[in-house]
Design a protein around this ligand. Structure first.
Ligand code: PHE
Length: 349
């Protein structure tokens, strides 16, 4: 009995060791594994009567059969991984690909310098309490001109002569020449206090050169509340410019004219490149100042046009060219750099 079982175990050992070594396909290998180690496999069957054996025999056959089971399991695993490696090698040898070649690099995109500049400006203004407001790019004459105290035939329309779109209804449309229309749109639907910025694209019939483009960007600012004066404007613009150009930046007002503000000012910023110390400075031409934007106290007519009582409220407004500010802060000499999309230029920012 004992001898007989021992022989059977040995026979299983040789038989399956040979079969495993000869097996060339992993599905067949799995069948083979089930056939010997599975629930009804040859070895399992053989060991079913182990529990009825005398203790002496159990002591011998228990370890023997366990050893065989472990040995066969290991053989199956080794064969399986050998088959997988062989299969991968066979696949690889079918292609001409050189898998050791390093991958091609590719360029990551990045934000356009104008977007970077816009974000810096609007982030500062947002921290100062200004809320983002929007208006249409195709504006009607009323919002682009009339309600801003620029009546038909007013000479101020000439400087902003632009692309008109004939409309069958009562008024023509125009590609907005400035963001000031958003002031009017906001004041018409909102009561003071109002504190908004309106960044966006504007259009003028300008020929393109180093400092002009028929399409450019502005940021409009508007603050309406009780007792708002030029002092508030100067304080806020100083805070803004210092946020943009550093603590040393200074702001200077010069008298100017806009139909929708009274008084109106032209705002200069101290030159961040030479601080007025270099007579040959290419940026400020040695003056120490750079003209940056237009601003003023909102004209009483404009407030009235929007249903706000100028006896009770006053406000300031400013409109600045985003390109101009961006060129100054990034020291870009030609506005065309923003629109030509030459990657060699853009990737410097
Ligand atoms: N809208 C004016 C322009 O485009 C700028 C401006 C805005 C001036 C607000 C005063 C107040 O030139």
């Amino acid at each position: 009995m004992t001898e007989e079982l021992k022989t059977k175990l040995e026979k299983l050992d040789t038989e399956y060791s040979q079969k495993i070594a000869a097996c060339a396909d992993s599905a067949a290998l799995q069948d083979l594994q089930v056939a010997v180690l599975g629930r009804k496999g040859a070895l399992t069957e053989l060991l079913k009567n182990l529990k009825d054996m005398p203790l002496e025999d159990k002591k011998i056959f228990g370890p023997l059969s366990n050893d065989l089971k472990n040995k066969l399991t290991a053989a199956f695993e080794a064969r399986q991984s050998a088959l997988e490696t062989a299969q991968i090698n066979a696949e690889l040898s079918k292609t001409d690909m050189d898998l050791t070649l390093p991958a091609r690099t590719f360029d990551k995109g990045r934000r356009h310098p104008l977007s970077v500049a816009q974000k810096r400006m609007t982030d500062i203004l947002a921290r100062m309490g200004f809320v983002w407001a929007d208006g249409p790019f195709i504006e009607d004459e009323e919002h682009n001109f009339d309600l801003l105290n620029i009546p038909k035939n007013h000479p101020a329309r000439d400087v902003q002569d632009t692309f008109f779109i004939k409309n069958t209804q009562k008024q023509d449309f125009v590609l907005r020449t400035h963001t000031s229309g958003v002031q009017v749109r906001t004041m018409k639907k909102q009561n003071p206090p109002i504190r908004i910025i309106a960044p966006g694209r504007v259009y003028r019939s300008d020929s393109i050169d180093a400092t002009h483009s028929p399409v450019f960007h502005q940021i409009e600012g508007l603050y309406v509340d009780k007792n708002i004066s030029l002092a508030d404007l100067k304080r806020d613009l100083t805070v803004f410019m210092q946020g943009l150009f550093g603590k040393g930046a200074q702001v200077r007002f010069r008298p100017s004219f806009f139909p929708f503000t009274e008084p109106s000012v032209e705002v200069d910023v101290s030159c961040v490149f030479c601080a007025g110390q270099n007579a040959a400075c290419g940026v400020c031409k040695g003056t120490g100042w750079k003209e940056m934007l237009g601003a003023g106290i909102v004209h009483p007519n404009v407030l009235r046009n929007c249903g706000i009582d100028p006896e009770e409220y006053s406000g300031y407004a400013f409109g600045m060219g985003m390109e101009r500010l961006a060129m100054f802060s990034l020291n870009i000499k030609d506005i065309r750099a923003f629109y030509e999309n030459d990657a060699r230029v853009l990737e410097q920012f």
